[in-house]
Design a protein around this ligand. Structure first.
Ligand SMILES: [Fe+2]
Ligand SMILES: [Fe+2]
Length: 139
């Protein structure tokens, strides 16, 4: 796997709800920024601010999804919320790795890789589930 492909968006991640697909794309874009900043030896402040942007966006996205699922009466909302909380934990390990001055390559290859694996699996399987549900429950 090349590091570059790790943060590359592909249409296989589309779940068919436009606003959510756009947000997922933005997620990949922000993760890619973080990846680039790490590997281009940007200053510490820049790397931290890109990571903060990614975290803020994650929160915004999770709020959008959770409100959408609630509105649709999605039965697995609580379980889904727990998975979002898992993402925040992985995200926090990125912060810790930066604070501990771990080598940037290690951060990218281990923690960012973990975060992207989570994101892809979550989009395809878990977000995909509520998307299917919302389409079935159309009036
Ligand atoms: Fe999502
Ligand atoms: Fe989700």
């Amino acid at each position: 796997m090349t590091e570059f492909s790790m943060t590359k968006w592909s249409d296989v991640y589309k779940i068919g709800i436009e606003i959510i697909d756009e947000q997922h794309k933005e997620f990949f874009r922000l993760a890619h920024h973080f990846f680039e900043d790490c590997l281009s030896d940007e200053g510490e402040e820049q790397v931290k601010s890109t990571l903060t942007a990614l975290g803020n966006y994650a929160e915004k996205h999770f709020r959008t999804e959770e409100a959408f699922m609630k509105e649709k009466g999605y039965p697995d909302l609580e379980a889904h919320k727990k998975l979002h909380a898992q993402f925040i934990k992985i995200y926090e390990t990125l912060h810790t790795s930066l604070k501990n001055n771990e080598p940037k390559e290690t951060i990218v290859n281990e923690t960012l890789a973990l975060l992207m694996d989570w994101l892809k699996e979550h989009i395809v399987n878990v977000d995909g589930d509520y998307a299917k549900f919302s389409k079935q429950s159309l009036p």
